[in-house]
Structures are given as C-alpha cells and as structure tokens.
Design a protein around this ligand. Sequence first.
Ligand code: CO
Length: 160
Amino acid sequence: MAIRNVVTVGDPVLRKTSRKVERFDEKLGQLLDDMKDTMYKAEGVGLAAVQVGILRRAIVVDVGDGLLELINPEIVETSGEIEDVEGCLSVPGENGLVKRPEYCKIRAQNRKGVWRFYEGTGLKARCFCHEIDHLDGILYTDKQIKNLTAEEIKRLREQD
Ligand code: CO
C-alpha cells in the first residue's frame, strides 16, 4: 500500500494526453493499487493516473458501490444532461457547476487486459466523463458553467 502525491492545477502534466496502456503487468497492478489507496485516503470518488503524474490511460472509480479499475476507457454511449456540483482532487477547495450526461456507457479493460462494458447514471456517469477527460488533459474547470461557493452548494443540496 502506498499513497502517491496528487498533482494539482498549475502542474503542466495535467494538460498532457495520456498514452494507451499496452502492458498488463505487475507494474500496472502496483499503479492501480496505489491509485486506489490514494483515492480513498483523499476521500475522492475517482482518480486518473495522470493525477499521480503517470501519463497512462488508467482510472479508478468508486462512487460507493465498489471499486472499478478502468484501463484504456472509452465512452461508447451517452444520453440526457444534468447540471450538478463537481470537484476534483487536483483542484483542491474548489467546486463548479458542470453539465454532464445523465447516462454514460463505457468500455474499458481490467488489470488483466479483458475488455468489458460499464454503465452508470448520475454521479457514476459524471465520474466516468470527468476521469476520462483527465486522460485528454481536460479539467472540469474548462467545462464549468460557473464556480460555486460553499453557500451556493448548500442551497443546491437543499433543493434536492
Ligand atoms: Co479530477
């Protein structure tokens, strides 16, 4: 178990395009284990390898229904639209209002290289889109409708 350092906005690595994972070896397993530990420690719901400085197309996601390790993920289908609050471990202390698909289906490989489909709605769909954006150097702040203060987030939550 190892916690890696999460790079934050301003670090140019976050703007780079991550390369495809080609080798499904022990080193990839170690990276995924560390990403999982790092995400849980930071109480995040998703983390991309680039956020720990590794430019490979790998993400981990857990929105509360179990850990997903997604290698070379690609969006295959989306539908609907929802505006909701979003944050990022690489943009500490900030939140924004971002429009994302309500439903998202992706395909990805697991740590053994096996392809399968994954789908999600709401937060999970949002998380898939957010993390896959990281692999192309995109941050949620590029897409946000506006930055939200803690007070505005509280008000939005009360409406739910
Ligand atoms: Co992020």
